[in-house]
Write a protein that binds this ligand. Structure first.
Ligand code: IMP
Length: 183
């Protein structure tokens, strides 16, 4: 049994479906934890995992995701949660008026077992739409168009999002790591 620590139900739904389909049992630990402020998501995620490992003995993982916009020098990146709460998707659309819209999601998963930490990264390339579109997904999904698509992540099904997403790409590496280790 692997514990997944997140307060975000959408993340739990996306991740549990994939892990269970791959034969792993997952337990949701619905917990909000303090994160350090840093420019590097891997550093933030590693710091959170180290702090949590002093309370949790079983294998666990957490994941951090950021939206990186090229013409804003990678902003909001590690500040995505703050920016989403403060200005939301309409605020991001305003910031991008007349600018290049290339962007990517980056997910970092930190897995902890026996006080050892392993990180896995997934990247989804795409662009920011001109307007919010779709009612599925969460967060920045209504303004993010994956490369090769003409719809936002909020306009496609969860299964379709899961087949291409930053979160799935990071998770695939975790699954590979767990499978090879169990051999
Ligand atoms: P965090 O990883 O929970 O800190 O997420 C940072 C911000 O990115 C939050 O505002 C989330 O809503 C948003 N976010 C995280 N994952 C996704 C995703 O898969 N799609 C859209 N927005 C996301």
């Amino acid at each position: 049994m692997i514990k997944f620590i997140t307060s975000n139900e959408h993340k739990f739904q996306e991740i549990s479906r994939k892990l269970e389909n791959s034969g792993f049992s997952i337990e949701w630990i619905k917990l909000t934890y303090e994160e350090i402020q840093a420019d590097d998501t891997s550093e933030i995620s590693a710091d959170s995992a180290k702090k949590l490992s002093t309370h949790i003995n079983d294998p666990f993982f957490l994941e951090d995701t950021g939206l990186y916009i090229d013409s804003l020098n990678g902003f909001p990146g590690p500040y995505s949660s703050f920016v989403s709460k403060k200005i939301g998707n309409p605020g991001i659309l305003k910031l991008l008026d007349g600018k290049d819209r290339t962007a990517r999601f980056i997910t970092v998963i930190t897995y902890c077992e026996d006080k050892k930490f392993h990180q896995f990264t997934g990247i989804l390339e795409g662009s920011i739409s001109k307007e919010t579109k779709g009612s599925g997904g969460f967060g920045f999904d209504p303004i993010f168009i994956p490369k090769g698509f003409d719809r936002t992540l909020a306009e496609i099904s969860t299964d379709e999002k899961n087949s291409i997403s930053h979160r799935t790409l990071a998770l695939n590496q975790l699954i590979l790591f767990l499978s090879e280790r169990d051999d």
